[in-house]
Design a protein around this ligand. Sequence first.
Ligand SMILES: [Zn+2]
Ligand SMILES: [Zn+2]
Length: 387
Amino acid sequence: MKKQLQEEFEKIESELQEMSRELFENPELGGEEYKSSQLLIDFLEKHEFIVEKGVVDRPTAFRAVYDSNKEGKAIGFMSEYDALPGVGHGCGHNLIATMGVGAGVVLSKVLDKTGGKVIVYGTPAEETNGAKVPMSDAQFFDELDAAMMVHPEGESSMSGESLAMDAIQYSYHGKTAHAAAAPEQGINALDSVIQLFNGINALREHLRSDVRIHGVINEGGTAANVVPDYASAQFYIRAKDRAYLDEVASKVQSIAEGAALMTGAQLSIENYELSYDDMRTNEPLSEAFRSNLEALGEETILPAKKSLGSIDMGNVSQAAPAIHPYIGMNMPGVVAHTTTFANQTMTKSGMDALRKGGLSLAMTGYDVLTNADLSREIKRAFEETKK
Ligand SMILES: [Zn+2]
Ligand SMILES: [Zn+2]
């Protein structure tokens, strides 16, 4: 049967390559991926997927379903298609997009025999305000037995972890006054921000080593002879898991409150970007993907990278068994978010990655649909890692 998946892939391969080129030549930023999402939707509709557009109030998000209307598992593939300012598809989302829809269409061709359904999710703005967050909040992924995507990279590697992340702004409201003539009448908001930084630096010593806290002062007053009546700082706070991150964020909040007491300024706190949850790789699913990728001739698959970033696939992985592996473009050491990376997606090695990544996704989906032992293991592993 996997031979049939390969044959189905070959039928659409040149079209997938053309779509990847079209995305590459017309990069659109997060939330503005109108042409990119329409290109993918047209392709899916041509292959009889039922597409719901503009889900979760994101005009460029979509959910595309192909249902066999027979008993079976639900397999989900994520397509990302946002680009970056200045470097276009420097993160290779043109390949993520086409591997996702390619896997969906290939798997749909055998669904009559396996039962179940396949769903392709169009998930915009991964680089900024990831749509997978509101989509998981709205329980889009709860029905899935497997949620998968592949990200291009220099070399192939296994799906790993990412950090949970909160993006928090602390704003202090004080009182302006002449800094020399009447300082006793002022309340210095900037001093609160400075105490906030000092307090966080004192806290660091007593936090787990997986925690990352990094911030900037985005407003800090206007003139040295005017007591600043407003100052604010934006921080990213990250940790290996959501539970510990919540603990750390609450400690930072206490520091922020203490910093307000020290000057008499009023504090307000807000999230300035969406929060991402930590990525939890489903190991049995990850193993199934690896063996399919190996069967397609991929010789080197590195262990999971020690990633200290945060991805919106993390939120998906809390709702369903999930993987986020990397497919190599035969360029070890290449740095993402560069034009070199973008250009590599268009080479023969980029096209090889598209085929191997897309096909491995489809084959792994097929395994979940047809191998009852595997899907039982996946389910058990998911229950164990759930909070
Ligand atoms: Zn990126
Ligand atoms: Zn990316």
